[in-house]
Design a binder for this molecule. Structure first.
Ligand code: SF4
Ligand code: SF4
Length: 203
């Protein structure tokens, strides 16, 4: 199942990522405290801790925080590099964010932790033909081959179409745009192309 490559100008990973962060990065130590704390992701966690991962606050997920665009190269203004400087008052989108690696019952193996695998997975971000569609966003310009191969195999085994992104680069650096690729049956890829042509958000 070859992916199709479609253009996308920063589809907001709407109510995604941030929930993980807090007075420090999820799993990191709260500001002013050296004691590690676990993040509080909506949907619970399976005993997994974020620390030292901070991927969902670092700009890889394109979101908007308090009216400020967050994208690759432009982390959330509340991100300290170790966590969130205002975790208690983080936006609702952060509270509701469900990291695929941390979610209760996550099928992702341990090595797929975002800071290790290079990918943030968002499960069931939309549906197509009654099937959940998963989304994968690289922590970096591209999803590393091992992680992408795992995700494609998972998509095929469980009949869950996959959308994944690649960052566009300018002079070797991420810019404000990205490409969205689709992995799944031909009909799914055709549907994704149609959504793109109509300018519809993909998730
Ligand atoms: S406000 Fe920013 S740093 Fe804090 S949890 Fe949300 S995205 Fe992360
Ligand atoms: S991407 Fe997942 S594991 Fe990493 S900090 Fe965010 S919620 Fe935690």
């Amino acid at each position: 199942m070859e992916p199709i490559r479609t253009s996308s100008s920063v589809p907001a990973v709407a109510a995604s990522r941030r929930s993980a962060k807090r007075t420090r990065k999820p799993g990191g130590a709260a500001r002013g405290s050296s004691r590690p704390r676990s993040s509080t992701l909506a949907g619970g966690d399976g005993g997994r801790r974020c620390q030292p991962c901070t991927a969902c606050c670092d700009g890889w997920l394109r979101i908007e925080i308090a009216g400020i665009a967050v994208f690759p190269g432009s982390p959330c203004p509340h991100s300290t590099g170790n966590g969130c400087d205002d975790y208690i008052h983080r936006p609702r989108s952060c509270v509701r964010f469900e990291c695929g690696w941390r979610m209760q019952g996550s099928p992702l193996p341990g090595w797929m932790k975002p800071n290790q695998s290079g990918v943030i997975v968002l499960f069931a971000k939309r549906r197509w033909m009654g099937r959940p569609v998963d989304v994968a966003v690289p922590v970096g310009p591209r999803i590393p081959p091992r992680a992408l191969a795992w995700l494609k195999a998972f998509a095929e085994q469980h009949q869950r179409p996959l959308l994944y992104t690649e960052q566009s680069l300018s002079d070797g650096r991420c810019d404000a745009s990205q490409q969205v690729l689709a992995h799944g049956p031909p009909a799914f890829r055709e549907q994704v192309a149609a959504w793109q042509a109509r300018g519809e958000p993909l998730w």
